[in-house]
Design a protein. Structure first.
Length: 365
């Protein structure tokens, strides 16, 4: 039985939701300050109480222009905004929210912003997979499917949908990390200007993720990453040699000059443009060098492989990359050392003990 409650001079009908539902109570505004009218409207709410408890969102005659009881269909666009607001309040990192937003935008492009989330089934998910296979890599699709699963579970917990479709993830065989040999790295660097050569070298030597140098801060001889935008959501320090520090200052100055980095918490850091510029420059250079299969992130993989070859210490590589567990790092120790020595002869010549820090030409001879 629906209860009646007066809040700040207005009456509400109170419906106690089933155990485990959040929120535990649903308040229906009755839009009146008169108790007699409120009691009449509460009776109308009671007639549809079973529907409300089952998760159906209803609009009553006094709440809509049509003056009828109707089902309110939550649109995909509104559900996405609601989910982002909730996850942000929970502390989800900005980078993770951006990844979800990209996935959601692509789904809305396919289904439409006003598509009712209550109608999303395995049919829509399969349609997404089949229409995106030619456009994205399996890894990108996999990440987006995982985002959809989490999003739909959230909607079910809120009572917005009845069931979460069984989403089958793609089968992606495990493979070794893809690194750039000296030859491949030099071929790519030959296609870009001096500034971009320095950028590529910085990432290869530090193992930074794409946005970390742009969004981090320099403290002494260290780059301190922004925990709000890192994958692990933890701050970490990356040692900078004088050459690396000089390049990092240049990277950050260019970002500031384009108003990509904000100075207050109310105006979040905006580094997407610069990061995309680096990524696209790398992709174009790879094409111009007649190479294929590489992506910007492989500079980080290359750093890890080279660092392991120099130190033979997987825990040192773990610390460098900021991995939460050494299990994530062990893949970099699986390569045949003889192959690595052929791909990185500079490290063999240097006895694999010291990093290579060029001052002028950042390609490896």
């Amino acid at each position: 039985m629906a209860g009646l409650r007066l809040i700040k001079g207005k009456y509400y009908a109170r419906v106690h939701m089933p155990k485990g539902h959040r929120p535990a109570e649903k308040k229906i505004p009755l839009r009146t300050a008169e108790e007699k009218i409120a009691r009449v409207r509460r009776l109308e709410v009671e007639q549809r109480e079973a529907d409300i408890k089952s998760g159906i969102d209803l609009s009553f005659p006094w709440l809509n222009a049509e003056g009828t009881v109707k089902v309110v269909r939550l649109s995909l666009e509104d559900a996405v905004a609601m989910y982002k607001k909730s996850r942000k309040a929970e502390g989800l990192s900005k980078s993770a929210l951006d990844i979800f937003q990209d996935a959601a935008n692509d789904l809305m492009k396919l289904l439409g912003k006003n598509y009712p989330v209550s109608q999303i089934s395995i049919k829509e998910i399969d349609l997404y997979k089949s229409t995106r296979r030619e456009k994205y890599t399996k890894t990108t699709i996999q990440i987006r499917l995982r985002n959809f699963k989490t999003f739909l579970r959230y909607l079910k917990d809120r009572g917005e949908i009845e069931e979460v479709p069984t989403i089958k993830l793609l089968h992606i065989p495990k493979s070794d990390p893809l690194y750039l040999s000296n030859d491949a790295y030099n071929d790519i660097c030959d296609q870009v200007d001096d500034y971009m050569k320095r950028v590529f070298w910085f990432y290869r030597e530090t193992g930074c993720r794409l946005r970390e140098p742009i969004e981090g801060v320099i403290e002494g001889d260290f780059l301190v990453t922004n925990p709000e935008t890192t994958k692990s959501r933890k701050k970490r320090q990356i040692y900078l040699t004088p050459d690396l520090k000089e390049i990092l200052i240049e990277i950050q100055e260019k970002s500031h000059s384009k108003n990509l980095v904000a100075t207050d918490k109310q105006n979040p850091i905006r580094s997407t443009h610069e990061a995309q510029h680096y990524s696209k420059s790398f992709a174009k250079a790879m094409d111009d060098a007649k190479l294929s299969g590489y992506r910007f992130h492989n500079l980080r993989d290359t750093c890890a492989v080279r660092h392991y070859l120099k130190t033979r210490d997987i825990y040192a590589v773990k610390t460098l990359l900021g991995h939460a567990s050494v299990v994530m790092t062990e893949k970099y120790a699986n390569f045949d050392p003889r192959r690595l020595e052929q791909d990185f002869p500079d490290l063999v010549q240097k006895n694999m003990l010291r990093p290579i820090y060029p001052t002028q030409d950042v390609s490896v001879g």
